[in-house]
Design a protein around this ligand. Structure first.
Ligand code: UDP
Length: 649
């Protein structure tokens, strides 16, 4: 209807694998477990109608609302844009099904109002939350309850445990000693273990602790018990180093670091290098802890002077202030690159991509209204600041199509330009919406009226196109954005762990982990269902040369780098996570993060043979680059790897 590329994708049905996942997790069911839906079309319509109904807040013109619904529907049905999982499984839930079965022509303003007014606690649509706690029993157990409610409806929660006094500190009221933050993390973990998110998946949490908290070593070791067993399985953990440059200097000078806490007399002096070495050693062993640079997050967050961010969501891409929430959505760039010259500031296709982004931003902004929040504090700040996280998925597949090796300078320039374009048009869209609907409530107190740019950007010198995007961005933030902004932040790149499977594309900005695999999904009945996959772009590229024998070899190895019969030009392009040197993962994160006001989910994959020193080199490089955080994973270091090629099973 409104775009050329949509017509191409709208008729394409999800793959068999995608349908299996839809059936297991996303199709609505009645109270007895009977399916109420059986097609992607029904799901797309349900989401579009539920979210468009929020527009009753802005207009009485039913045609305008229908227009929004139609655009949302087309974006979702074509799978060019998908919202985060909670929106997919909770939109329209427990509402009158007849309202969603009506043809759009017959839908009335009253119908939209009924949908909007009949929302219940089951319609929680956001993926990301941060819950605060105080250093008191009451506050800690309130936080456990609040987090449990969020997780029940499908949200991930992050916490800053730094506020809790260290183990062994006195407690005035009882004369006893505190058991410390790590003991409380176990309480949250146990609560999470009893919850199935949205009735469909495991709960996920992030724990953050400052690097100078006296319990920081216990924290770093917290994911193994005394016997070496894995514990705290419902947590990712990150050490917050507020000022990475200063920490790096401390390491270079082999300086001392004082561990202390305002509510405790406990003080310890350690070598900064001892802390670094412990983090690196554990990350080498298990991938945890990650590093988080909240100081940098706050530097690029327009409200940091009033409500600084204190933690991130479980996968690290969304920093939030206490009680903050964010809903995410992702554009599948692999579905667009064949027909659009993405990233090019002078392209003729710009208006089409801009239009996709405008409707995606409008959708996410509508989600803020159509969402039911688990707590009034969350509703308050979410509506005052209006965080949304539009990101992308399918980057690796897009690079295959464009024949750019992920680990090349050319690909990095493309990544930077594409993210700059996404950021620029998302912010333009947020400004357009502000003109119609008003600024986010806290706008005047934010940094935007002063011409603030919410991300670092790359050097103008790198490339003419990058310079052109930088200039457009500067112009926007020094011009219209000083007056109009609907959303405090607009861009986040999620892992898209589930939704990229629904879209049949590569996840987020990650390289493909494997070019082919068999993945087992345990369904509701407890049966293991095999989902087998071979990258369709590779299949097409190899064409008629793809013999059954070759296919079997690719499935066996997961990568094509050691297959003699495949030409080198193809090997260069079709790289996997493990084929790429860690530093190239880091550089990809760097260029992409340079244009994101929130952050991105990115794992620096390292080969199994990497040494502790190799991990340390990456950690040091991350302190130097303008990154907002770091997560590494050494192949084989966790027993429960989700995907394995046939040869590694
Ligand atoms: N998330 C969660 N539990 C999960 C997976 C994800 O709570 O099992 C939350 C978490 O906040 C994460 C965010 O959803 O950072 C986005 O993850 P992803 O993009 O993988 O989710 P999807 O929308 O694809 O399900």
């Amino acid at each position: 209807m409104f775009m050329r590329v949509l017509n191409k994708w709208i008729q394409k049905e999800p793959s068999k694998n995608a349908i299996t996942i839809l059936k297991d997790r996303y199709f609505l069911k009645d109270g007895e477990g009977n399916y109420l839906e059986s097609t992607w079309d029904e799901v797309a319509k349900r989401i579009a109608r539920h979210v468009a109904a929020a527009e009753v807040n802005y207009t009485n013109d039913v045609e305008e609302i229908k227009n929004a619904e139609e655009h949302f529907y087309q974006l979702i049905k074509s799978r060019i844009f998908l919202p985060n999982s909670p929106t997919i499984f909770n939109a329209g839930k427990t509402m009158d099904r007849q309202l969603f079965k009506k043809d759009i022509e017959e839908t009335t303003l009253e119908d939209y109002k009924t949908i909007f007014d009949s929302r219940t606690k089951h319609n929680m649509l956001s993926a990301c939350f941060v819950i605060p706690m105080d250093d008191s029993m009451n506050a800690i157990f309130d936080a456990v309850k609040n987090a449990a409610l969020i997780m029940k409806y499908g949200g991930g929660v992050g916490y800053d445990f730094s506020v809790l006094r260290p183990k062994g500190s006195s407690i005035a009221g009882t004369g006893g000693k505190s058991s410390g933050p790590i003991s409380f993390m176990h309480v949250f973990n146990t609560a999470a273990s009893t919850i199935e998110q949205g009735g469909a998946r495991r709960a996920a949490q992030m724990a953050v602790l400052r690097y100078d908290h006296p319990d920081v070593f216990d924290f770093i070791n917290s994911k193994k018990d005394n016997k070496g067993n894995n514990v705290l399985n419902y947590f990712n953990i990150s050490v917050n180093i507020d000022n990475p440059k200063e920490f790096k200097k401390m390491l270079e000078e082999d300086g001392d670091l004082t561990l202390e806490h305002p509510a405790s007399s406990i003080r310890k002096t350690i070598k900064a290098n001892d802390l670094m070495n412990k983090m690196v050693e554990n990350a080498w062993k298990t991938g945890d802890p990650g590093m988080l640079f909240l100081g940098r997050h706050n530097q690029y967050y327009a409200m940091s002077e009033h409500t600084p961010v204190t933690a991130t969501n479980p996968c690290g891409e969304e920093p939030l202030p206490p009680f903050g929430s964010c809903n995410l959505g992702s554009i599948d760039v692999a579905k667009l690159v064949e027909d659009m010259d993405l990233g090019n500031p002078n392209s003729d296709d710009i208006s089409e991509f801009q239009e996709i982004i405008y409707w995606a931003v409008r959708f996410l902004d509508d989600v803020i209204e159509s969402n039911i929040y688990p707590l009034k504090e969350i509703e308050e700040i979410s509506k005052k600041q209006r965080f949304i996280g539009l990101g992308m998925m399918g980057l690796a597949d897009a690079l295959y199509i464009k024949e750019l090796p992920y680990n090349s300078e050319q690909a990095r320039k493309f990544m930077a330009k594409l993210t700059a374009e996404l950021a620029y048009f998302s912010h333009i869209a947020s400004t357009e919406l502000a003109k119609e609907r008003g600024n986010f409530q806290d706008f005047q107190r934010s940094k935007y009226p002063d011409g603030f740019i919410p991300f670092p950007m790359l050097d103008d010198e790198i490339d003419e196109d990058i310079k052109a995007w930088n200039e457009k961005i500067r112009q926007h933030f020094q011009g219209e954005a000083t007056k109009y902004k609907r959303n405090v932040q607009t861009n986040t790149i999620a892992p898209t762990g589930s939704i990229s499977n629904l879209a049949d594309t590569s996840s987020g900005i990650e390289p493909n982990f494997l070019l082919s695999y068999v993945r087992y999904m345990t369904n509701k009945e407890g049966d293991r269902v095999p989902l087998s996959y071979i990258n369709p772009i590779l299949m097409e590229k190899i064409g008629t040369n793809m013999t059954e024998e070759l296919k079997a070899e690719i499935i066996e190895k997961g990568s094509i780098q050691n297959i003699d019969s495949i030409p080198n030009e193809i090997k260069k392009i079709f790289v996997t996570s493990m084929d790429i040197p860690p530093k190239d993962h880091l550089l990809a994160q760097h260029v992409i993060q340079s244009y994101l006001d929130a952050s991105c989910s990115k794992t620096i994959n390292m080969p199994k043979s990497s040494t502790i020193e190799d991990v340390k080199a990456i950690y040091l490089q991350a302190l130097e680059l303008n990154l907002k955080g770091l997560t590494i994973y050494r192949d084989g270091s966790l027993e429960t790897q989700v995907l394995t090629s046939a040869s590694k099973e």
